[in-house]
Design a binder for this molecule. Sequence first.
Ligand SMILES: *Cc1c(COP(=O)(O)O)cnc(C)c1O
Length: 472
Amino acid sequence: MDAMSVEELRKLPAVSRLLELPEARELIAQYGHARVTEALRTALQAARQAIQAGDIAPSHEALLADTAQRLSMALTPSLVPVINASGVIIHTNLGRAPLSERARRAAAGIAAGYCNLEYDLTEGERGSRYVHAARLLKQLTGAEDALVVNNNAAAVLLVLSALARDREVLISRGQLVEIGGGFRIPDVMRQSGARLVEVGTTNRTYVRDYAEALHPVNTALILRVHHSNFTLSGFVYEPTLKELVALGEEHGVPVMDDLGSGSLLDTQQFGLAHEPTLQESIAAGAALVTASGDKLLGGPQAGLILGKAEFIARLRRHPLARAVRVDKTTLAALEATLLSYLEGRALEELPVWRMIAAQPEALHQRVQRWRRRLQAWGVKNTTIISTQATVGGGSLPGQQLPSWALALAVSSPDSLAYHLRQPPRGKTPVVARIEEGHVLLDARTVLPEQDEELLAMLRLALCDFATPSVTH
Ligand SMILES: *Cc1c(COP(=O)(O)O)cnc(C)c1O
């Protein structure tokens, strides 16, 4: 350390000295002596490090301001709502599917008090938590029975543990996928105690590959995994689910279909490729079908397991079922989401489908409105550009939905994007994307009810950012 740094370090006051200042007294009144002392120590430690890196010693005021900031941060939740202007509808990093108004109300209503989670109101005695949501899932998909767990990863783990432990599971080499966030099919298999038997090749797998690998005693399951986040194209072949079911039936081996996204609606009506639906897999005869609650289903995080009653019953009895069970608020939100489908109101009520179904013309009008509002505030450096939004969430890879975005031309797009993500405390962060030197705000993923907030946040960030063309 050089002489100057030593000198600067000496200027740092003792904690006891800072605690006597009037500003510190105010903080103590608000947060208590112990918390303030600790925060002062942390602030001093940070100052020491900054000095060692070449800074000068901060003033007492600056130290106390830093301390106040640390104290208020410590009492703020780290999980906060954000505005998704990224153009990726089911954005896993941003919490996947936003819940419908109906689902939010249902979850809040159940969270606020007691409920009949495991209580039979007819008999006045203990009931089963497994009845909730299962009835609706059966109606919607035609499955004999259903079980809801924490997420699809848990669903796969539970099925493999309960039905294939120490036995063999056949899977195509083209389906040994990584879904993201470290969820890899071979790893889950190992964890469950099932033995992986790879069949076919990366690009081509035939029914006869499965047939050759089938063992009359050792084979517990044939597993089909939806590719989810990538496409196979070119010289490729995979048997249909129906063909696998036929093979399985010949040998008394059930087929499990891990769909991931698990749509209930046909995505083709929106100009997208076909995403397999839960109903189709049940109709094709899969013994078990697994899917996420918060991907294309548009509900809360959950793992849905649908299928033959005898298998679902075995899953319920497995000890892991208890470890991966869902809570009452999830069940409430899931039931409300499923009711939207049953009533034929999914396209109007579920945010994910509203975003998928939004007409480009309507999105264009919204962006025009954003632009006019910003212009009225003196923000002139904007243009409207056509973009391609995506569904995301490991579904429909490469598929795009035409959309519109407001493009902000600024000298440092990274810096503006940072300001949008880091607004003053209590304000809503905005996640934008940067393309060709512009900050883009894609209308398809901004909930219409967030338009006003988005504009307020833009105004704030642009003022902070102080580009020459912005007047305050
Ligand atoms: C997304 C996905 C999973 C994991 O689902 P989570 O709900 O995130 O646990 C598993 N399998 C497939 C095929 C998926 O697409």
